[in-house]
Ligand binder design. Structure first.
Ligand code: ACO
Length: 356
């Protein structure tokens, strides 16, 4: 069995900066509310018609490939995590393969969901593929272009102000050197809360889950839908049921419970303790959640890297962007113990421990 190492990492955020004040010009919100509740000061939006989730991913991937010292054609597997794909199908994995100009390699391209935990789920998959030696240069990316799917009216303000666009990528390789690399990964889910943070339409659900769970139809459905209405009716569009919805307080409550739990689980699995951690990179859900978890773990400000203030919540991209940024800033050094953790829609959550 091999161990898995991160051979290269990269990130990309689009140039367009959107401040809280910019959002307050199109909806009833304000800088103070957003900063106080989420810590977010601004976010980036990709250029519509010119950029997509896949093109953002390609930018990050090229940096990771260069830093790994390999060629694009050396990539032998793509794992793409996103909740904002370019198309309903096919997924972004094959689009990224094409964007990178490596269709001729005919490598496998996986698309995974798991939203905010997507990168952690992808990391566990890639780790197993490397351990067995199945692939030698796996490209794992998390990328989002939320800006095309948010409700920019006041109706959507509770969700829209939180999210931003961006991408992060890593190249994972098997190594015989057991002194560094991924020590363990833990991932979990609990579908009880599937509708607490969700983007329901378009979809085939036909109201089924909402009926069973006793969820109000105002949450996102129109029972008049007919076969062939591409999973969506004009009424659903009118009522804003084509946007993400979130019960913020339920998410907060579960997140602050599951983050410490899954980090402790990973540390226990490799007989290490919180005091052994050098750097903690939490999914950038909300600065208040990160601060709560930091306090619970007893970590100093220097041991935690947050950048939600600049980029908002970039879902599957947030962990690899923050990891890359912390590494570029020299905050992660050879031999450091790095912990990654995420929690999000599903609910799904996970953690990873990496000896750098
Ligand atoms: N600007 C101004 N006012 C707003 C905004 C906004 N952007 N959004 C909502 N409000 C209003 C509401 O309408 C409500 O007004 P009312 O009292 O007149 O009805 C008031 O502010 C309070 O709304 P709540 O939703 O109760 O606000 P809350 O204090 O719960 O804060 C928040 C919302 C920040 C989302 C909070 O619940 C939270 O931090 N939840 C954690 C979830 C999270 O961070 N998710 C991130 C994405 S998910 C993930 O990555 C895991």
């Amino acid at each position: 069995m091999f161990q898995t190492k991160i051979a290269g990492l990269g990130s990309y955020v689009p140039e367009k900066v959107v401040s809280n004040d910019d959002l307050s010009k199109v909806m009833d919100t304000n800088d103070a509310w957003i900063r106080e509740r989420t810590g977010i000061e601004k976010r980036r939006y990709a250029e519509k018609h010119e950029q997509t989730t896949t093109t953002l991913a390609a930018e990050a991937a090229k940096v990771a490939v260069e830093r790994a010292g390999i060629e694009l054609t050396d990539i032998d597997c793509i794992i793409f995590a996103t909740l904002s794909p370019d198309y309903y199908f096919p997924g972004c994995g094959v689009l990224l393969q094409r964007e990178l100009g490596i269709t001729g390699t005919e490598i496998p391209a996986y698309d995974i969901r798991q939203q905010c935990s997507g990168f952690l789920y992808g990391l566990q998959m890639a780790d197993q593929f490397c351990k067995t030696g199945l692939y030698k240069n796996i490209l794992l990316v998390g990328a989002e272009m939320h800006s095309m799917g948010l409700d920019f009216s006041t109706r959507g303000r509770g969700v829209t102000v939180i999210f931003g666009d961006g991408a992060g990528a890593v190249i994972l390789q098997p190594t015989e050197d057991k002194s560094k690399g991924i020590l363990t990964t833990k991932v979990h889910s609990d579908g009880t809360y599937a509708e607490k943070l969700a983007f329901l339409n378009p979809g085939t659900h036909g109201g089924y889950h909402l009926d069973k769970q006793g969820v109000d139809y105002d949450f996102g459905y129109d029972k008049s839908i007919e076969y062939g209405e591409i999973f969506m009716t004009p009424g659903m569009v009118e009522n804003g049921h084509i946007y993400p919805q979130m019960e913020g307080q339920a998410v907060f409550k579960m997140a602050v419970q599951k983050f410490p739990e899954v980090i402790k689980e990973a540390l226990d699995a490799v007989s290490l303790a919180v005091t052994d951690l050098d750097m903690f990179i939490p999914h950038q859900a909300n600065l208040r959640i990160s601060q709560f978890v930091q306090k619970r773990l007893g970590l100093s400000d220097e041991q935690v890297h947050n950048n939600i203030q600049k980029y908002g919540n970039t879902t599957a991209a947030s962990v690899p962007i923050a990891l890359t940024e912390a590494w570029e800033a020299g905050k992660i050094k050879e031999g450091d113990l790095v912990c990654l953790a995420a929690f999000g829609s599903g609910f799904t959550w996970g953690s990873a421990l990496i000896r750098w």
